[in-house]
Design a protein around this ligand. Structure first.
Ligand SMILES: NC(=O)c1ccc[n+]([C@@H]2O[C@H](COP(=O)([O-])OP(=O)(O)OC[C@H]3O[C@@H](n4cnc5c(N)ncnc54)[C@H](O)[C@@H]3O)[C@@H](O)[C@H]2O)c1
Ligand SMILES: N[C@H](CO)Cc1c[nH]c[nH+]1
Ligand SMILES: [Zn+2]
Length: 445
């Protein structure tokens, strides 16, 4: 329900949609408050997840089946009912209309060719004493990809997780995806076929993450788990890290649009909706230099909301976590973007290339008025699994490098053994580690 109020921009506003300005005395406090959300590292979620993980570790399949029936409203009696074959994936693809098949294949091709650029290569060099040094790149053997499925189905997330693994050369890609009420989603399964997924289990939440991490009677343990999910999935990934690798702990979707008023307001309004519609706790923020434009965007949001099938989710998201930030100039906008380190940043401005060098922290940067974030979600090519909740300060998009490892290579020559031996011997004696020193000295004789 939209409630009109008198906002800082002098236009009708959704109740609760925050309007803040860099000229407000408490601007920094208000900005920091935008980051808080209730389910982030919620101790109750953590406790529930701890119990589920321990139970799956102990009882394996039986626990997975019980939690799946409880949380996904299924009536499975065995893991076989929650396991799909390659034939199921092929059949799902075959059932799709031709235009959907082509869209999946075209998106997969674009995602694959983008990710080919990320492949790390092994390298070696010889130093001045003839010692060979280098780094060998290998792919992970077996990975688990989590595809969310609670509130919506995400074929695009199947491809964004599986394609980089495939490009890296991972031999086994195991997908888990909850299918509430046992309803199989053909596009999700077809995407798994197109992206070369090896095995699919229709399970989700903490029980799926635990099953991949610890292994069960039916699911072999994986080496790493990637992919986004809700608070239960995030807490489970945090918990199993160390037993297996993880890509990141993803929070709810976010979009930050910096607009100078040159992009049609309706386009920006829909871009804000596009992330708000993911989740009630998703976050959409508009930063603008232009107060009249902000009013236009809000007017568009009010006009468009009623037509949106997910309007209830959008409305809660905008009211609870959305904001419009008025800035004095685009430099100020970039500073705020760097502080917020958003998952998605749209530079919806006249000359985006001029502003990109000022952005240090963002998962993905969408430049110019034609680049809606949603194109990046599906088919532009870059990955849509991105750091959220300000983690773009230190983290990067999911990529081929997440599915590759590095091993150092060292082959010391006889001359190298003499030269390096001396240094190592001195340092090893300094540490009181005599065997280390002797191992080096023996090769100097
Ligand atoms: N970052 C990305 O690339 C990306 C892509 C797609 C979706 N997302 C985000 O992923 C999230 C998906 O969440 P979702 O809920 O739709 O699907 P999900 O698959 O992450 O979660 C569904 C599972 O949560 C578990 N669960 C639900 N309630 C529970 C409870 N009370 N106790 C224990 N377990 C419970 C169930 O096991 C269920 O199978 C959204 O926040 C969405 O914005 C992110
Ligand atoms: N925007 C999401 C990541 O935050 C990814 C996605 C999948 N489908 C649509 N969107
Ligand atoms: Zn999206």
């Amino acid at each position: 329900m939209i409630i009109f109020g008198s906002g800082g921009l002098g236009c009708p506003k959704y109740k609760g949609m925050k309007y803040i300005s860099t000229q407000d005395a408490d601007f920094k406090t208000q900005l920091a408050a935008l980051q808080a959300f209730e389910t982030a590292q919620d101790p109750q979620v953590d406790a529930a997840v701890a119990a589920i993980c321990a139970d799956v570790q102990q009882r394996g399949d039986d626990a997975v089946i019980e939690y799946t029936n409880r949380f996904d409203h299924t009536q499975a009696q065995s893991m076989a009912e929650l396991t799909l074959s390659q034939a199921d994936l092929v059949a799902a693809f075959a059932r799709l209309p031709k235009n959907v098949q082509t869209a999946l294949q075209t998106a997969a091709r674009r995602i694959e060719s983008y990710h080919q650029h990320q492949k790390q290569q092994s390298w070696q060099y010889e130093d001045e004493n003839g010692t060979l040094l280098g780094q060998q790149i290998t792919a992970l053997d077996r990975v688990g990809i989590y595809v969310p499925g609670g509130k919506a189905a995400y074929p695009s997330s199947v491809m964004m997780n599986a394609m980089p693994a495939h490009v890296a050369g991972v031999a086994e890609i195991v997908m888990v995806v909850p299918m509430p009420y046992g309803e199989r989603n053909d596009i999700v399964l077809a995407a798994a076929y197109v992206a070369g997924v090896t095995q699919v289990f229709t399970i989700g939440g903490a029980q799926a993450v635990a099953a991949l991490a610890y292994g069960t009677q039916s699911i072999a343990q994986v080496d790493k788990i990637t992919g986004p999910g809700n608070a239960y999935v995030a807490a489970a990934k945090r918990r199993v890290f160390g037993v297996v690798g993880i890509d990141m702990v993803a929070g709810p979707s976010e979009i930050l649009v910096i607009a100078d008023g040159t992009t049609p307001a309706k386009w920006v309004a829909m871009d804000l909706f596009s992330q708000a519609e993911h989740d009630e706790i998703a976050q959409a923020i508009l930063i603008t230099t232009n107060a009249d434009y902000a009013s236009e965007v809000e007017a568009q949001m009010q006009a468009l909301l009623a037509q949106m099938p997910r309007k209830d989710i959008i409305e809660v998201s905008l009211a609870s976590r959305g904001a419009i930030i008025q800035v004095r100039n685009l430099d100020e906008a970039c500073e705020i973007a760097n502080y917020l380190a958003p998952e998605h940043l749209e530079l919806s401005v006249a000359n985006p290339q001029n502003w990109v060098p000022k952005i240090r922290h963002a998962g993905a940067i969408f430049m110019g008025q034609y680049t809606s974030e949603s194109l990046g979600d599906y088919c532009a090519g870059p990955n849509h699994v991105l750091p959220t909740s300000r983690t773009a300060r230190f983290a990067s998009p999911l990529g081929v490098y997440d599915f590759q490892k590095r091993s150092s290579l060292i082959q010391v020559s006889a001359q190298g053994a003499r030269e390096l031996g001396q240094i190592a011997s001195i340092l090893a004696h300094g540490e009181g580690l005599t065997a280390h020193a002797r191992a080096a000295e023996l090769r100097m004789e």
